[in-house]
Write a protein that binds this ligand. Structure first.
Ligand code: AMP
Length: 394
């Protein structure tokens, strides 16, 4: 019987899960519970080519996970026969404490809880998932895999803000990054594909609903665009990314908005959605094709920001050998990939039109043969990385 890992990603009102074989990446079952705490919940369990859906209310994470385990029992695969060797939990904020996967005990739970002020929307639901999963599956080790771990060793020049030192220390205001699991997986795949060594200089563009970019030399991240929180950096589905922080004072003083309103504005009502009304790149392209000037501007702002980061990260590394695109937009949006690469030949970046147009779930090179920088599309797989990191501890 093969060994499997149950990977759990517990969000504020959702639980996503996947049972997979870390050796070959086979997914035996996956699913999600959504709208936890709302009047009508939604649950989807996929296994053996079948999908079971339910729309009953799910009052809390405990009930959600209990229902998932029941579905494993009734629909399959039977967890008792699945050879589970660990449960891997995605945890967003590991602060300065964690630079790799960590076996969860009471101390780790207390530390994740203590780090909650740095990720108030993420760590509490991550922790809720950990607590119920440990109750329901007490006989296997539970491992926390932190979104920040890959960036824990950022060089000090990249990891610090020029904020007053005492204030930064007292309130732990540093650049922690996020999406680390994806950046680590994709940069590792790129290194394998291009046969890179310790001096391979690469940029990874994770363009999903949340978006971030990292610079990686060898297997070490040296820069990343998300900061103390995931708000910093690229333009995202609903987040502004970088902006002048004084805009916040302006909105407070002139528009009379309070902190929570501004928080919601910049995190949930801005980015592509704020510029066009749509947070999904596909819709924004459609609007642009139909003549919307707002959508065209949004695509320009989105690509411009990415190009600025590519230039600055190439400068940080003193050159560039590989550039990869990943996540929903990066993997599927050939038009955006071409727009990002256009005019960057001076850095050695070129995209071959035919290769870029190929649709595939496989990792692939889209630069022409002999190009100075290898440009790739690499599908990310955060669940597999979490599963592999979990077993690496056992
Ligand atoms: P993720 O967060 O990785 O699941 O990515 C979700 C996002 O990927 C969506 O909001 C879209 O912006 C983008 N996306 C997915 N498929 C496509 C596509 N075919 N073309 C352009 N963007 C896409």
């Amino acid at each position: 019987m093969s060994s499997t890992v149950l990977v759990i990603n517990s969000g504020s009102s959702s639980i996503k899960y996947q049972l997979l074989d870390p050796a070959d990446g086979t997914s035996l079952a996956s699913g999600l519970v959504e709208r936890i705490g709302e009047s009508e919940g939604h649950l989807e369990h996929r296994a053996g080519g079948e999908t079971v859906e339910r729309n009953d209310p799910v009052p809390d994470h405990g009930e959600g996970l209990r229902t998932v385990l029941e579905l494993f029992d009734t629909v399959g695969p039977q967890l008792s026969d699945a050879g589970i060797v660990a449960v891997g939990h995605r945890v967003v904020m590991g602060g300065k404490q964690y630079d790799g996967p960590t076996l969860i005990d009471e101390d780790v739970i207390a530390t994740i809880d203590r780090l909650s002020p740095l990720a108030p929307l993420h760590n509490p639901p991550n922790l809720a998932g950990i607590k119920v999963a440990r109750e329901l599956l007490p006989d296997v080790p539970h491992v926390a895999v932190f979104d920040t771990a890959f960036f824990r060793r950022l060089p000090a020049a990249a990891g610090n803000y020029a904020l007053n030192k005492e204030v930064a220390e007292r309130y732990q205001v540093y650049r922690y990054g996020a999406h680390g699991t994806s950046h680590q997986y994709v940069s590792g795949q790129v290194a394998k594909l291009v046969g890179g060594g310790d001096d391979l200089r690469q940029i990874v563009l994770h363009l999903g609903n949340g978006a971030s970019v990292s610079a990686v030399v060898g297997d070490r991240a040296v820069e990343t665009s998300m900061g103390m929180t995931p708000l910093e950096g690229l333009v995202m589905g609903t987040r502004t990314g970088d902006m002048d922080p004084a805009i916040i004072f302006h909105l407070a003083r002139v528009a009379g908005m309070d902190v929570d309103e501004i928080d919601t504005l910049v995190n949930k009502r801005s980015g592509l959605k704020g510029l066009t009304g749509e947070n999904d790149l596909r819709m924004v392209h459609r609007m642009a094709d139909d003549g919307s000037a707002d959508a065209r501007l949004a695509l320009d702002v989105y690509a411009h920001r990415i190009r600025k980061y590519i230039g600055s990260y190439a400068a940080v590394m003193g050159g560039l050998d590989a550039l990869s695109f990943t996540a929903g937009g990066g993997e599927n949006d050939a038009v955006m990939r071409a727009k990002v690469a256009k005019g960057l030949q001076f850095l050695g970046i070129e995209v071959d039109e035919e290769r870029n147009a190929v649709r595939s779930k496989e990792a692939r090179v889209i630069s022409p043969d002999g190009a100075r920088v290898t440009v790739l599309v690499v599908p990310t797989n955060e669940e597999l990385t979490i599963a592999r990191q979990a077993v690496s501890l056992l």
